[in-house]
Design a protein around this ligand. Structure first.
Ligand SMILES: CC(C)(COP(=O)(O)OP(=O)(O)OC[C@H]1O[C@@H](n2cnc3c(N)ncnc32)[C@H](O)[C@@H]1OP(=O)(O)O)[C@@H](O)C(=O)NCCC(=O)NCCS
Length: 145
């Protein structure tokens, strides 16, 4: 396995692989799919991908909220690659991107099952548990980038 992390364009073959992976990892297991409207709204977001050769192992999006805050979204690692450091590499890469681009706070909505993963990487829970896409979530943030 030789993982290369990079930013990818909003359209094209790599983006298509990103949508397929997100559907497989994040939506199909809960019986949902993305609408075209939701996907179109991601045009101005930053799309990051972890490739093992031609195979997409993981992805992560970032959405600018204001000049200081950027939101991490849609973190997904293919099941066969989970637990091998791919998620961590994506998060670290996106943190560097955020810092280099002048953001000082990263926020995210973590599925309850993924809270230990983000906590391990220095993210703190902010506020109470809430439901999103039918699953329990916590808002988390990191402000020492
Ligand atoms: C959650 C997810 C993104 C983590 O990515 P991953 O590639 O499997 O995780 P990594 O192998 O990079 O783990 C990084 C570190 O976090 C730790 N970690 C990962 N998942 C953990 C968990 N559930 N509990 C505790 N620690 C965890 C690892 O032990 C590792 O520690 P180390 O750096 O000391 O070795 C991935 O498993 C996934 O896509 N899961 C399904 C979808 C999902 O829940 N996405 C997040 C939505 S908010």
């Amino acid at each position: 396995m030789n993982i290369v992390i990079k930013q990818i364009a909003f359209d094209g073959a790599e983006h298509k692989k990103e949508i397929e992976l997100r559907y497989k990892v994040l939506r199909r297991p809960i019986g949902l799919n993305y609408t075209q409207e939701q996907l179109d709204a991601e045009k101005d977001e930053f799309h990051f991908a972890a490739f093992d050769g031609e195979k997409l192992a993981g992805c992560l999006l970032m959405k600018a909220i204001d000049k200081d805050e950027i939101k991490m979204r849609q973190v997904a690692v293919d099941e066969t690659y989970q637990g091998k450091g791919v998620g961590k590499a994506l998060v670290l890469y996106s943190e560097k991107f955020a810092a280099e681009n002048g953001f000082s706070v990263i926020t995210l909505h973590a599925r309850k099952t993924a809270v230990p993963f983000y906590a391990h990487l220095g993210y703190e829970i902010v506020g109470e548990e809430f439901i999103e896409v039918s699953l329990p979530h916590f808002k988390m943030k990191k402000d020492k980038l």
